[in-house]
Design a protein around this ligand. Structure first.
Ligand code: NAP
Length: 302
């Protein structure tokens, strides 16, 4: 029986582990893939205090080593179920079950899909959700980026320096992302803006070779021949496996205030999967600290 099981080894989960270990609790972090989560895809973090520039990978490694150095245990298994049993929390993975006095859900979020036919089949064959991971495969090629948030704008900017041509396809004619990035994109000579449009078809043989884009205003359809499509249309929280235990809002985020209490005794939430106003690295780590502090108080009260 662990004092605290943390589900998710991103910045929120690993920070929670650091705080809980420093409070003397036994801690297991369950991580489905690699510690770091979404931030692993960020080549350069410029907005986290102390270091002016650090890659998401280096950041994640440092936090992982810090948590491990303090005695947190890690298991690379995906938590698929959480249930109560005899007053304890039971977390189930495909490899086994773990019991804890308290659980912190720090599962973050996953890429939102476009929802067009063949999208899944073409991942790795022309469709990508991470320009910084896969962009280099498209050197001097033609690519499109879909989305209008900061991720899409930054992906388009990144690809403009690598690819021959970049189409930026957005479903509206104004961007959710920062105006300064839009301005920088407009200064690039190889970025074509496609407004009020959705990608409605992927055309492929073995690999993606073109897309059909439908204009929402007049219904016209254009075919764009390309080599790569980067989908950057936001993220969805990974809470579905725990919907039986905690309350989710209509968008699927765990309903909890700044104290990270879920309303279910002994279950706390931290990071991007919590309903909140600002999802940034600094707010994820802040959540980790808060959730762990509250979980420690809970364990001490038992
Ligand atoms: P986001 O801000 O939620 O933007 C998602 C974009 O995708 C929106 O423009 C949205 O269009 C569009 N979209 C959503 N569903 C779609 C669909 N089915 N088909 C076509 N388009 C669709 O997501 P994000 O860009 O990943 O950013 C997430 C958060 O991280 C934001 O808070 C962002 O500011 C932050 N972030 C910050 C930085 C930075 O500080 N440097 C970098 C990256 C991300 P609508 O606009 O029409 O809704």
């Amino acid at each position: 029986m662990y004092d605290i099981v943390v589900v998710g080894g991103g910045p929120a989960g690993m920070t929670a582990a650091i705080y809980a270990r420093r409070a003397g609790k036994t801690v297991l972090v369950l991580e489905a893939l690699s510690c770091g989560g979404q931030i692993l895809n960020t080549p350069d973090i410029e907005n986290y205090p102390v270091e002016a520039h650090i890659s998401g990978y280096d950041f994640s490694q440092k936090v992982y080593e810090q948590a491990k150095g303090l005695g947190a245990e890690f298991a690379f298994e995906k938590a698929v179920e959480l249930r109560e049993q005899d007053g304890a929390k039971v977390v189930v993975t495909p490899k086994g079950t773990y019991t804890a006095k308290a659980v912190i859900l720090a599962t973050g979020s996953e890429n939102r899909k476009l929802g067009v036919e063949d999208e899944d089949r073409l991942v790795g064959r022309g469709v990508s959700y991470c320009a910084t991971c896969d962009g280099n495969f498209y050197r001097n090629k033609v690519v499109a980026v879909v989305g209008g948030g900061n991720t899409a704008l930054e992906d388009a900017l990144y690809m403009a320096d690598i690819a021959k041509t970049v189409y930026l396809i957005h479903r509206r004619d104004s961007f959710r992302g920062e105006e300064t990035t839009v301005r920088r994109l407009k200064e690039k000579g190889n970025v074509t803006f496609v407004y009020n449009s959705n990608v409605t078809k992927l055309i492929a043989e073995k690999r993606l070779k073109a897309i059909e884009v439908t204009n929402k205003l007049d219904g016209s359809v254009q075919t764009i021949e390309l080599n790569g499509l980067f989908v950057a249309v936001g993220r969805v929280p990974e809470n579905q496996n725990f919907a039986n235990v905690v309350k989710l809002d209509e968008a699927g985020y765990v309903v909890a205030g700044e104290d990270c209490h879920t309303g279910t005794e002994g279950v706390f939430v931290a990071g991007d999967n919590r309903a909140k106003a600002l999802r940034q690295l600094v707010t994820a780590t802040a959540d980790g600290a808060m959730a762990a502090t509250e979980a420690v108080k809970y364990v001490n009260s038992l």
